[in-house]
Design a protein around this ligand. Sequence first.
Ligand code: HDE
Length: 757
Amino acid sequence: SDKNPIKAVADKAAAALGDDGPAEGVPGRPGAESPPVHEPTDVRGPLPPKPDQAAPATVSPTGIPTEADPTTQGQGDPYLTTAQGNRLYDTDHSLKAGARGPVLLQDHHLREKITHFDHERIPERVVHARGAAAHGIFQGYGSAASVTKAAFLQKDAETPVFVRFSTVLGSRGSADTVRDTRGFATKFYTSEGTFDLVGNNIPVFFIQDAVKFPDVIHAGKPHPDREIPQAQSAHDTFWDFVTLHTEATHHTLWNMSDRGIPRSFRMMEGFGVHTFRLVNAEGATTLVKFHWKPKLGVHSLVWEEAQIAGGVDPDFHRRDLADAIEAGAYPQWELGIQTFPDTPEQTFEGIDLLDPTNIVPEELAPVQPIGLLTLNANPTNFFAETEQVAFHPGHLVPGIDITDDPLLAGRLFSYLDTQITRLGGPNFAQIPVNRPHAPINDMLRDGMHQTAVHSGAAPYRPNSLDGGCPFLAGADTRAYIEAPVTVPQAQKVREAPTSFADHFSQPRRFWRSMSPVEREHIVAAYTFELGKCYEQAIKERGLRVLANIDPELCEPVAAGLGLPAPEPTVPIETVEPSPALSQVGRAWPLDGRIVGIVTDGAGDLDGVRVVREIVLRGGMVPLVIAPSGGKLDSEGEPITVQRTFATARSIEFDALLLAGVPGPGGDAYGARDAKAGNGEPNGARPTDPRVLLMLGEAFRHGKAIGGWAGAQSALEAAGVPADAPGVVTGETGTGVLEEVTGLLKNHRVWERFAARV
Ligand code: HDE
């Protein structure tokens, strides 16, 4: 290390300081003998950003390319430097007058490092603070060409995208699996400018007018006195609001359904919620609702699973998304539209299209696929990308326009406004993740965090100094031109149209479209949430709302709360169910599904090897669970243990397999250090209680469970009947696996729940 340039510099610096010699054994001290200064042994350049994560190239208003230069991206030099590019010889010790002396104010590195750290945080989003994101690509099918001229929706157009999923209520550090709506926001970096589709996984919203948004959020957020509960709707203020504003009934019902606790971001639908207006090349307009349809189907957690995950893996959804992408199981969604004629009434089959508490059943207006979204790269840096991305429903492109939904109007104001506080000024569009991929030529100038170097003398129009530039575009040069919609003459009023007054028939349709098991979950959710309210009046008001949806929903919840079920106050009219709303009853692809394989050194390791291989080939992820970490050795390739009995918990696995235990009877999967039992393979060891817990939970949560050759005794010990639905036992791992994956296609063994009803 004598030849090491850094050590030489460090020693020199130490000498210059008149350092009176190193304290023994203080690592990294200049001049310290042992251990040596921490230094890079191999000087190498920083990792380049992945190709599709590089900042998009943009052009400044003056034509100067502002494409991100690697030297401004951080990590542009193999040596540690200050923000000003001075190479550093030590970052672990403040500059002091002697090793035991006072720290010197002149230590510019200390001051810079601490000052920067002091300012590392920005305000979290006021809603949707907790999120995870990914990069991807969107391919237009061209099927929307007749209704929109948007370039990115034309056939074979490929557009880079960035998608951020989120919960609504929780803080940035809250748990992923809480019962809540999920955000599904997509930034399309199109050739005509950026288009943001800022949607949710629930197709309706709590309120019909943006002016109530601060109120509904104040009600849902933790109580202002104690700041509890975090990321929950099961508290008085939430239920106070949603029962006083009955327009919230539909959204609340979706929240109380399985949609409120998704299994994965990859298994959620997304919705634009509002009705939008598309414009085609001829100027003809069509009203549409946007839908994202996940290729893997729509699946949810069960409540107990969600609660366990909140404790044992608060990053459950974030991890799932990143792991799937890293494993190459790229999540995909089709973008679809429901189309409606743009009539003056803006209704379809009697449904008001401007009321964001309404859906239009897919059976009445089918969702027509118009493109494919594939998420194929994880962000390189959470803060730079996921935290700083700024969505805005007003980021529109030619061919996509808005309607007069009063909820959308407020959003068009709010998103730009909030970024100014959150991102510290009006220049957030210059942050790499927010930079359009289309050329920029604005006349916006100066402001906090201005990074463009604008040249030219005349940022106004018209001008006679900068050659009259920039020029104005027209329809033929892809200008964004608002659809020339006629606004009827009317008086200014603060009121909602009378058509916004029916708050119960749409929720009733949702409730009546659910399968028995989904209804059971909804009843349980309301019973839990209203049960967590302290105010009797709120519980009673909650029941009155439920009675108006359907007495069949109200009665069991009332029974659970120990209160009388009130009579409905509106006529309970029949509504046609929409089977498309139910999540149960179809088979789906298994990409990225997690299969846990419980085994121990005494098990059928050959069987485990084969099963792992088949699971992998099926695009799923096998995770081997054994009493302790390391490798399981026997004849053949050693098997890596991915989870131990201490680290595994049922919620991580979509299905559980118990590897066979060859030889005569006795319980398997014992802890190696189990005191009881003789410790011999296949001897009478008690099954480890953590395995029993895993099996019990997987069984209660309706997961497929399989075991082969001798695994039966562990199932029995866990109280899992071998003849229960979705419990597969057999002689070989391959046979069992085949049946288990067949079951997994339905997501859960639904009969197991039905058996409990
Ligand atoms: Fe938002 N919403 N919202 N919202 N919203 C925000 O913008 C707002 C609404 C949605 O991943 C904020 O950048 C108002 C509906 C998503 O960065 C804020 C109203 C839908 C995200 C805001 C609504 C959404 C936000 C907070 C009532 C589904 C996260 C931080 C009119 C269609 C985007 C931010 C991301 C974020 C305002 C209602 C979706 C304050 C005023 C309806 C997915 O601007």
